[in-house]
Design a protein around this ligand. Structure first.
Ligand code: CS2
Length: 404
């Protein structure tokens, strides 16, 4: 069996997605997600101009060898653009393998380790009251794990806040320049515990409560924050500080038992090796689309299992439904599963991708169709051409560029 075609599509049914479709000489095809929010065209070019031509004529069964061929073969290893491109190839090849074996992906990986995948949703609001209403709505929908964010008095914008009533959280803005937001750490540190207090007072401790700090604090500020909120027993505080320097997390760990989740911007095991080995985190949040596909994610998860670090994969709607479909199969199998993020998709997006997963009472189940169990409508996608859009940047009140 040989690969005869590898096509890349960039479409924008509400937001930009990069999709790869690999076709074999026997007519079986697989799909993969290569979306890198704000840098979509770079990944599309990496695939189209460099990797796709080298896929032609290769045996699609050789997933591991193809991963190594592109990872080692470029000489220039790692990085989000390279790894997103490799991830999409890997996903599409697993899709093909599942279709050939007539098995859903999770069966190929080793079968189900659980009856369903616990997912966490996003709740947000301009004020605590609005966030509480949104929380109630999501609790009603059955979610067992809920992320809470909300506007901070005295700050025009903050991370994780929806832009209007009933609008889902959407960070990227259309146009050629990123939106500029403002950040004030002290205001955040003083205010945010009040949100957790209000949530726990109103809803109790039944749901897992999560919060994303989006890389905004220094290690000692994150340590103070984690310590202050211990009574609210968060499931995790996410991305408390930037993680390029993994040692920084030692300081946070010395001060607090609030669990820590990190990894959405990582693209290989090397980005989290020390964090895992020193047990500086509790959840690793790498994704199938950015961290080398199923092949490399499996390596990260197995390594993390040695240190009792569990998975909590990034799953925003700026990764395509193909990524979410693949993630659900992975989560169904992975022994050290923690939770899966699920932000949801608009109807327009679901028309283009048509997934077959199910959601019931806080748990999702992957499709039982062969492979990933998701398709991509190329014709419909043509109706939604790429539109430039960028993630915001953040500045401190004095104008200093900060971490968004
Ligand atoms: O935890 C999360 O889901 C966020 O951190 C993301 O929504 C992140 O901001 C976006 O994926 C960036 O594209």
């Amino acid at each position: 069996m040989k690969i005869i075609k590898a096509d890349v599509f960039v479409c924008s049914p509400g937001r930009n997605f990069v999709t790869l479709k690999i076709t074999t000489d026997e007519g079986v095809y697989g799909v993969g997600d290569a979306t890198l929010n704000g840098r979509e065209l770079a990944v599309a070019s990496y695939l189209k101009d460099h990797l796709c031509p080298q896929l032609i004529g290769r045996d699609p069964h050789q997933i591991e060898d193809i991963f190594q061929y592109f990872y080692k073969g470029a000489y220039w290893r790692r990085g989000p653009v390279t790894m997103s491109a490799i991830s999409a190839i890997d996903m599409a090849l697993w899709d093909i393998k599942g279709k050939l074996a007539n098995m859903p992906l999770y069966q190929l990986l080793g079968g189900a380790s659980r009856t369903g995948v616990m997912v966490y949703c996003h709740t947000t609001g301009a004020s605590i009251e609005e966030a509480l209403d949104d929380y109630a709505k999501h609790k009603e929908m059955g979610f067992k794990a809920i992320r809470v964010q909300c506007g901070i008095p005295g700050m025009k914008t903050t991370y994780g806040q929806s832009k209007g009533k009933n609008l889902a959280y959407e960070p990227a803005t259309r146009g050629n320049y990123p939106e500029e937001q403002c950040w004030a750490t002290e205001k955040y540190l003083d205010f945010m515990p009040k949100l957790f207090d209000a949530v726990r007072n109103k809803f109790g401790f039944n749901e897992h409560l999560l919060h994303d700090m989006h890389h905004r604090l220094t290690p000692i500020e994150a340590a103070r924050f984690g310590k202050n909120i211990e009574d609210y027993r968060l499931f995790w505080m996410e991305d408390p500080t930037p993680a390029e320097n993994q040692e920084c997390f030692r300081l946070i760990r010395q001060h607090t038992v609030t669990p820590i989740a990190v990894g959405e911007v990582f693209n290989s095991i090397w980005d989290c090796k020390q964090l895992i080995q020193e047990q500086l985190i509790d959840y690793i949040r790498t994704t199938i689309t950015h961290a080398g596909g199923i092949t490399h994610m499996r390596r990260i998860a197995d390594f993390a299992a040695l240190y009792q670090v569990r998975t909590g994969s990034h799953g925003p709607s700026d990764l395509s439904p193909i990524c979410h479909a693949a993630a659900l199969h992975f989560d169904m199998w992975v022994p050290n599963f923690g939770v899966q993020e699920f932000m949801g998709y608009s109807e327009q997006m679901l028309e283009v991708f048509s997934p077959n997963w199910t959601f019931n009472d806080g748990y999702m189940h992957p499709s039982d169709k062969p492979g990933l169990g998701i398709d991509f409508d190329e014709k419909l996608a043509e109706k939604y051409p790429y539109k430039p859009a960028y993630l915001p940047i953040a500045r401190l009140e004095d104008g200093t560029l900060w971490n968004w």
